[in-house]
Ligand binder design. Sequence first.
Ligand code: ARG
Ligand code: ZN
Length: 881
Amino acid sequence: MRTDTGHVFKLEDYRPSDYLIPRTSLDFRLSPDATRVTAVLTVERREGVAASAPLVLDGDGPTLLGVAIDGQLLSEVDYQATPDQLTIPTPPAAQRFELRLETEVAPSSNEALMGLYRSNNVYCTQCEAEGFRRITYFLDRPDILSVYTVRIEAPHNEAPLLLSNGNPVESGTLADGRHYAVWHDPFPKPSYLFALVAGALGKVAGSFTTLSGREVELGIYVEPGKERLAGYAMDALKRSMKWDEEAFGREYDLDVFNIVAVSDFNMGAMENKGLNIFNDKYVLADEETATDADFANIEAIIAHEYFHNWTGNRITCRDWFQLCLKEGLTVYRDHEFSADQRSRAVKRIAEVRTLRAHQFPEDQGPLAHPVRPRRYREINNFYTATVYEKGSEVVRMIRTILGAELFRAGMDLYFERHDGEAATIEDFVKVFEDVSGRDLAQFALWYHQAGTPNLAVSSSYNAAAKAFTLEIEQSVPPTPSESRKRLMHIPLAFGLVGDGGKPVAWAAVDGAIVEDGVIHVRKRRHTVRFSGVSERPSVSLNRGFSAPITLSVQQKADDQIFLASHDSDSFSRWQAFNTLLTDALIAAFRQVLGGKEPAFAARLAELAGRIAGDEALEPAYRALALSLPGEADIARDIGKGIDPDAIFAAREALARTIAEANRQVFSALYDSLADKGPFTPDAASAGRRALRNILLDYLSLLPEGAALAAQHFNAATNMTDRTAALTVLAHRHAGSREAEEALAAFEARYRGDALVLDKWFQIQAGVPGRQTVEKVRALMQHPAFSIANPNRVRSLIGTFSSANQTGFHRADGQGYRFFAEIVLEVEKRNPQVAARLATAMRSWRSLEPIRQDKARQALLQIANAENLSADLRDIVERTLA
Ligand code: ARG
Ligand code: ZN
């Protein structure tokens, strides 16, 4: 484990390396406890660098066995090696020389899952961000691009399959049952994209013919026996390859493309050149084991990693401050892919919900950072919703400002200009300036300035003057180390909506640049005056969520209700209803705090009933509209003095009110949506299941609700319906006979399938109420649980701490105490997973005072532990600051 050095990396300290490594040749003799690695590096002094410049390579604990330069073994006085550095003080005077390093590593005891490790007896690697240095000493930074040749040797029976990046060039058998394979990747790449896999795996084969007629062999490797669960992933891969050709003109560039699924993985997946490595959760699926959400995630992540081949691999990042260059852009690309494959309207709403649930609290709390940070202590803590999701929104705004054609021209120029390079955000923004002739300097603040901007908007209509006026004021709240903010360029898509939802025309507008339905907010205040407006419109703002901002709009509930039924922009229409729900929930929260029974306007429940039954709307859209803002969403919108029990009570009361008012409609609709034909994972079928399952959620609150859910559970023919019913039973009817029976049945049925049991852990970790902390502790003793496996830890501990508001935030602090203990326990093995878990505490200052105090104590308990990893110390100290 890398302990904390306290070093802060700063963007302005970037300078190119004195040395380059144009060629890298690696030879692995695999063995679980003592793998030998021979690295032969062609080292080149950069033009203009003094011959006396020392060569300093990065390391993270590999055992160094020998160093040779140009065939001469160095004696120990010729170099200095520490676990994290290898220094050659006086390298040869020649501009180019060959450095040979022998190291030894122990994959089987690598529980941090960075570098070379073992998962289910399969050797695999994870090198992003700084894992390569755990294998050998290297210039382990993304601007060092090298052409790799990799030879892997292992006993055939232990590892019949030997994979690395690029194309296979040679393989053969050796004495003593051993064999080897050689791989060559012609594309220069940074070390973080290196990968190796070796073991016994089953294969699903496929092929793809590129636009220019090249045949690519596709392979997805999974645990033997699970091959039939990789069919959906293979299909998603082919669709991704085709889509990138059509949407961005990007073709695949090697003869083979392989994906390997492993069961121990810190993140979702990794885009290693030609050899993507996946968390098996994002590969394996069939109707029996995967939910519709799992299918959608698999499709999106397969696409995401594949798209990195151009946005990340062919063009990589100059340094880790530029992470969003590849991640934000690639998320944008996978979002567009999913929108094209599924329903664009529904996809957009789901994206915004995710952004608000994960990125907004980050941006509004102690861990806020710009999309392109300027400082970090541990880069692994910057694989965040801000870099990924807000980064994607920034790319989307560029497209909104430029329009589809210029955006595509800019992307084409980006690929043309920077292919084969390690680029920066400045390079990226520049291509769009160059193709459009626009100045994007103010816009670029979206990359450099943290915090969620707010627009306060009020409107007025003067019938006599036929003038409609919008008063818009922008503000950006302060964030850690950025107290003063600059004014941003916010593209605010809008519509003036008249009778029956028709657009209201205007003759002229002044006060801001308005083009193609977008108001360009660039100053602190704009008074935007529309003249020649013949009726009083309702104004629909931030259509399509054109900017990742918050809005404070003084708008009458009547207008919101009107927009919730008539806005022609499907996102804004969903938003209008969601705003009504949120406002009602916040009012109810205050009533609960004041000791009153929450009450709701009847028209809210009526509207819910109308939306549910509106056959003109897609079922998936209706399902999203009917799912109430989550407890954490409500907390975020309230902002401070949070009492999760009061939020829970308010939300339950609204759900019950809606259910009672719509009993008949919901129940008839529920019956009519029952699955008829055989299961298909497509978006339309998934949408019908989603609608039916949200109706079940409401109906379960009425008398006989538990019986209905039990019936739903028993009749389920797919995992989506089964987990929906199990969640309803466990969360709304906790302790009932029906709930206990269903939980036991689920466990019995899927005993032995760890990925499916994760759902069972998750559902139980999410049960609201004070008793859950003890249940979670007990479940840690379940035979299927393992504290060393990230998926298990996230399902049980991650769900409890980040998705169970009433259970985790118990007023007596028991949830926090338990959490601190487990985070420290996880950290001993896997600092990265522990640090990620710890971010669950980031909104602690918005809690009411008693909980706040208990939360601080738990954070201090972690902070005061001995030998904290850089990962966890960084998160905890920033959270407490
Ligand atoms: N680049 C991967 C992706 O596509 C994420 C890998 C991050 N891994 C890490 N250890 N920080 O999202
Ligand atoms: Zn990525």
